[in-house]
Write a protein that binds this ligand. Structure first.
Ligand code: GRF
Length: 199
């Protein structure tokens, strides 16, 4: 069994898709031990609780965009206490920095709404539309010190239609995200995708 921690900052629909896949038996070999949020009022927190998963708010002030300092220390001790093997970022809006990256080398993954390396960072769907791309999609990748630059694990393509708005494209990509993320976790649990060794 692999123990995972899911990190969110808001809506939590990717987290919910993972928890659903686990609870209805599509995804086995994975135990969701804890959901961690940097936003006290993240909608995803009550969804996690409805699945019986423990939640924890981590106050990251004064830092706005990264997980460092006292908050990072707190996170590392929470992860240790819960024997976490793998960290799954799901709409977590902070950069992961050196200490956590070192401690969990190749054991932090993220889902991003574009075919990386295209359109990293925020507003990936709007970037695809501005670029007049005919295809975009989503990527699950390992997290490194860069912004959405880690090794790519899996991508799913999604057609971009001439009539798409940011909203319609985002919702089509989101459906693909929900399908892609649990399948990656399933392959990790089956040993088909290798992650870093637990210390
Ligand atoms: C998703 O599009 C994810 O790819 C990106 O942030 C969004 C989070 O949505 N990193 P949700 O919170 O999972 O609904």
């Amino acid at each position: 069994m692999l123990n995972i921690a899911i990190f969110i900052s808001g809506r939590g629909s990717n987290m919910e898709a993972l928890l659903k896949a686990i609870s209805d038996g599509r995804l086995s070999g994975i135990t969701p031990k804890i959901v961690i949020s940097d936003k006290k009022d993240a909608e995803g927190l009550s969804i996690a609780e409805s699945f019986g998963v423990k939640t924890k708010f981590i106050d990251c002030t004064p830092y706005k965009t990264k997980l460092v300092g006292q908050a990072e220390k707190e996170v590392i001790s929470l992860l240790k206490e819960n024997n976490i093997d793998l960290l799954c970022l799901a709409g977590f809006l902070r950069m992961i920095k050196e200490n956590l990256l070192k401690e969990y080398k190749n054991r932090i993954i993220n889902i991003h709404p574009s075919l990386l390396p295209k359109y990293p960072g925020l507003c990936a769907q709007a970037q695809a539309l501005e670029d007049k791309a005919s295809v975009s999609g989503c990527t699950v990748h390992f997290v490194d010190e860069g912004m959405d630059t880690g090794n790519i694990i899996r991508q799913t393509e999604v057609e971009v239609r001439k009539t798409d708005t940011v909203q319609t494209l985002s919702s089509r990509i989101l459906k693909a995200e929900h399908e892609t993320y649990w399948r990656v976790l399933s392959d990790i649990a089956l040993g088909k995708i290798k992650i870093g060794q637990s210390k």
